[in-house]
Design a protein around this ligand. Structure first.
Ligand code: ASP
Length: 326
């Protein structure tokens, strides 16, 4: 080792916390404290309950979301659309920026200033680190980052945290192992940072060239986390409460030969899962491209499909919260 059933209205929450989301940009998980996270997870629980009982609500009737994606997406874009629609709102979907004025040379600030004339909230995925912060500086409406390059993916981090909470019933003191492309994996960057608030032990499992950025490691150590690194899944399989697997991010490699050399480094198989704890969660932000064998899907500990569904509830909660309706 290198070292509700219940009422659709939120009645029991601290009004200050509600206020702290209203009109706020969501650009990095570093902006949240534990109370914020407890709030948003509680609202997500209520969203789940509403969807299960009645499918939809008109909480955001009359509101419009602009969904602006400069990079490919399946889950994030469609779950934001579904979230807005289940809240009774409407969506402007811009998923092929090649068909928008971006190809005419329009700058991000101008595109943002355009969309906020029509929409109340803007979801932005962009290939450059910090793009959502730039957008937020220009926008008077809330910007929600849907992933910025190799930086962060805050809403995925929130849904991952929520999934751990719902799968294991706690976030405190867990041993979480993150596996795969930890250098480019923005979902790992967000989740690791969120978990620093809960006294976790975090083991980062990767080939040497895909290790977690030093800056994030230092943040975790300063927050009091136990941080370990290894190249072998076998080092964590028996002790981890969560194994969070990621794909090697082909699109981030300048040299595809380097990608080829590391792309098949890890595969979680039923044989490996046989050695894992009986109560643990196997997670993946998806898409998977070989890191988890399909024969693992029926294992009750395989949480990645539930994780995906949780994304919609978390995004419903965030949309309602930033629009002051949670
Ligand atoms: N869907 C996630 C992301 O957008 C994970 C991935 O693409 O591998 O970061």
């Amino acid at each position: 080792m290198r070292s509700v059933e219940g009422t659709p209205k939120v009645v029991s929450l601290n009004p200050d916390r509600r206020q702290s989301f209203y009109g706020r940009d969501i650009v990095s998980v570093k902006q949240f404290d534990r109370e914020d996270l407890a709030f948003i997870m509680q609202v997500a629980d209520e969203m789940r309950s509403i969807v299960r009982r009645v499918g939809a609500t008109d909480l955001l009737k009359g509101y419009v979301l602009a969904n602006l994606f400069y990079e490919p997406s399946t889950r994030t874009s469609s779950s934001f659309i579904a979230a807005m629609q289940r809240l009774g709102g409407a969506v402007i979907p811009i998923h092929g920026v090649q068909y928008s004025s971006v190809t005419k040379g329009e700058s991000l600030p101008d595109t943002i200033r355009t969309l906020e004339c029509y929409a109340d909230v803007i979801v932005l995925r962009h290939p450059e680190v910090g793009a959502s912060e730039v957008a937020a500086r220009y926008a008077s409406k809330p910007i929600i980052s849907a992933g910025d390059g190799v930086g962060e993916h805050p809403t995925q981090g929130l849904l991952d945290l929520y999934t751990i909470q719902t799968e294991l019933g706690t976030l405190e003191g867990l041993h979480v192992a993150m596996v795969g492309d930890l250098k480019h994996g923005r979902t790992v960057h967000s989740l690791a940072r969120l978990l620093r608030l809960y006294g976790t032990r975090q083991t980062f499992v990767s080939p040497d060239i895909l290790r977690l950025p030093e800056e994030i490691k230092q943040e975790l150590i300063e927050a009091g986390c136990v941080v370990e690194e290894t190249e072998r899944v076998e080092d964590v399989i028996e002790t981890a409460d969560v194994i969070y697997v990621t794909r090697v991010q082909k699109e981030r490699f300048a040299d595809l030969h380097v990608y080829e050399a590391v792309k098949d480094y890890y595969e979680i198989t039923p044989q490996l899962m046989a050695r894992a704890k009986p109560k643990m969660a196997l997670m993946h932000p998806l898409p998977r491209v070989g890191e988890i064998h399909y024969d693992v899907d029926d294992d009750p500990r395989a949480a990645y499909f539930r994780q995906m569904e949780n994304g919609m509830y978390i995004r419903m909660a965030l949309l309602a919260a930033v629009l002051g309706k949670a």
